[in-house]
Design a binder for this molecule. Structure first.
Ligand SMILES: NC(=O)c1ccc[n+]([C@@H]2O[C@H](COP(=O)([O-])OP(=O)(O)OC[C@H]3O[C@@H](n4cnc5c(N)ncnc54)[C@H](O)[C@@H]3O)[C@@H](O)[C@H]2O)c1
Length: 461
């Protein structure tokens, strides 16, 4: 075993152990309130940041028995009022706040805080909530700075409170099935050698805001925004966000690390502001990672484009010598492929691990093995020959597990189960920190225009 591999295994072991330990220690302080009207143990929740994602999380959490919203916080009345009104329609009575500090010091009965503010505020809001004795579910990317991300893990550790990060694919039953039963568990892909992934989005316009509803210059300055344009389009600017790799790539590159069970050893990348005149962050980028796994090197590419919706949307593609897995939050973009040279999958169909597709691409599955169809003499004076083999088609299969809930619901359920019952978190701070380090390295590599390596210990907060 090489030094690098041995140190990466040690780091992995450390992360796994500390994550489990963190969840166990932190789960202790929750004192059950008893069943609410739904029959579930009640958890009192506040939301900080009620924009697009805050509302999506509210909608998903409303479907979870026992969750009671006690407060909402947003500096923009437009979004604060919207969230308050939605919650009132569902029978909750949240107190509205502009300033999170007032929320944390006033509404004492809150157990957990959901944070969906722009990335540059995650560390400030998370650390304050943890120090106020609350468990925290914070959106990805953990932070747009390494220091910010580290401060969140340290605060969770010191306060012994739970910190879950919003990499929700880790709680998606289809992703869990793919990892436990297909890639890692039964090794149906054989030796994974490569990964590709992408997220492509069409050109997007300035978000704007309703006439007369802007925040004053003084209010924007108080909360760290230059003007309404930057406040609304914070993703385009370096002081508020980590760029498209952090915005979109974070979801999928986190899954590379999670699926392989190791963090990468190096990263090279290229990107630029090639299209927009209004963006500070690159509008497209390509990254290449090298992973050193127990079975050998895995090379992984990731491509993010913000100027076209072509290319099939978003997915991660794990490729091995016996099969390949194309997986996405979009079930229609998910497919499993078996190489003709791989052992038959009858056993796995019988066990419900894979399913022959009933219709669409590749159905019925072609399971014909490679066949020798002739012999060819090699060019030159020697009498050497090679076998000519038919290139058998890949057979396509389905994953017989679907998510029949809102995409963020299982991850929130996991968080609330951790709060109420001590269930281990699916994405604790330590794991999310390793992903943040991986993703922020791409930005460094784009600027450096060369391959950067990860030092042992980089992934530990
Ligand atoms: N997990 C996912 O699939 C997913 C999807 C989209 C966004 N996100 C993440 O969610 C977060 C929010 O993204 P969004 O698309 O909802 O952005 P958004 O701009 O729509 O919402 C952000 C909200 O935060 C509020 N806000 C800003 N500063 C604040 C402060 N200091 N205190 C309180 N409120 C403040 C804004 O007024 C706004 O309502 C980001 O971190 C983003 O990366 C995650």
């Amino acid at each position: 075993m090489s030094d690098t591999l041995s140190s990466s295994l040690t780091r992995r072991d450390f992360l796994s152990t500390s994550a489990k330990l963190g969840a166990f220690i932190a789960a202790a302080p929750y004192i059950a309130r008893g069943a609410d009207a739904t029959g579930a143990d009640q958890v009192n929740v506040a939301v900080i940041g009620c924009g697009e994602q805050g509302r999506i999380l509210i909608n998903a959490a409303l479907k979870i028995p026992g969750v009671r919203f006690k407060a909402v916080c947003d500096i923009w009345p437009v979004n604060r009022n919207y969230a308050e009104n939605i919650l009132k329609k569902f029978g909750h009575d949240p107190k509205p706040f502009e300033d999170y500090r007032e929320l944390l010091s006033t509404v004492k009965e809150i157990d957990a805080v959901i944070i969906a503010t722009p990335d540059f505020k995650h560390a400030e809001h998370t650390v304050a909530a943890l120090k106020a004795g609350k468990h925290v579910y914070c959106e990805k990317l953990m932070s747009n700075t390494i220091e910010g991300a580290r401060s969140m893990v340290v605060a969770a550790r010191e306060t012994k409170k739970l910190l879950q990060l919003g990499h929700q694919r880790r709680s998606n039953p289809r992703y869990i099935h793919a990892k436990d039963k297909i890639v890692t568990g039964n090794r149906l892909l054989g030796r994974v050698t490569n990964i590709t992934g992408e997220w492509h989005r069409a050109v997007s316009a300035d978000l704007g805001f309703p006439a007369g509803k802007g925040l004053s210059e003084a209010k924007l300055a108080e909360y760290g925004y230059a003007n309404m344009h930057e406040f609304r389009n914070w993703r385009w600017f370096k002081r508020y966000a980590g760029g498209p790799m952090s915005d979109l790539g974070a979801h999928q590159i986190d899954i590379y690390n999670w699926m392989l069970g190791v963090n990468p050893r190096s990263c090279m990348a290229s990107g630029g502001v090639d299209y927009y005149k209004t963006h500070e962050w690159y509008d497209n980028a390509i990254a290449i990672f090298e992973y050193e796994t127990k079975e050998g090197i895995v090379r992984a590419t990731y491509n993010v484009l913000t100027t076209t919706s072509a290319g099939g949307g978003y997915h991660e593609y794990f490729m091995g010598d016996e099969g390949a897995l194309k997986i996405s939050e979009n079930p229609k973009a998910t497919k499993l492929y078996r190489e003709a040279r791989a052992p038959e999958w009858d056993e796995w169909t019988a066990k419900g691990v894979v399913a022959a597709p009933l219709s669409g691409e590749g159905a019925p599955p072609a399971v014909k093995p490679w066949e020798k169809v002739g012999v060819k003499k090699l060019a030159g004076p020697s009498k050497a020959t090679v076998d000519v083999r038919e290139t058998a088609a890949l057979s396509a299969w389905d994953i017989p597990v679907t998510l029949d809930k809102a995409i963020h619901q299982p991850h929130l359920e996991n968080f609330f189960d951790a709060v109420r019952k001590g269930t281990p978190l699916n994405c604790p701070g330590e794991a999310a920190f390793a992903s943040a380090i991986t993703i922020l390295k791409i930005n460094e590599a784009v600027a450096a225009q060369k391959t950067l390596t990860f030092a042992p210990g980089d992934f530990i907060a």
